[in-house]
Ligand binder design. Sequence first.
Ligand code: NI
Length: 135
Amino acid sequence: MILYITRRIHFSAAHRLFNPTFTFEKNEEIFDKCNTVHGHNYTVDVTVKGTPDPETGYVLDLKILKRILEEHIVDHVDHKHLNEVALLDGLIPTAENIAVVFWNIIEKHLPVGELYSVKVFESDNNWAEYLGEQA
Ligand code: NI
């Protein structure tokens, strides 16, 4: 029996999308309005896949997942400038890159179950979803 459980977190942060190897004109052309500092109220859905423990009925106690996400993610990005945080060092802070970085962090700390997906919402209309390396 396999189930999927999800913990949602929120954080607010600033970012600017640009590639330092591009010319000013090329950055303007590709990233347009995102090539200026602006912010988002991010929502992140983290889904873990697993079999419920027969004694607890839990795939993973969501309190544990909540703690992992607060300690290893939210504390490092909330009210920060994402171009300057260590977690995203050297990366353009797109929702795509954020999803992959968060995946790698969460996977390292998950005590039980299997990480299934990380969805990073920049708004209700725009998000990126990472399902890990697909074989
Ligand atoms: Ni943006």
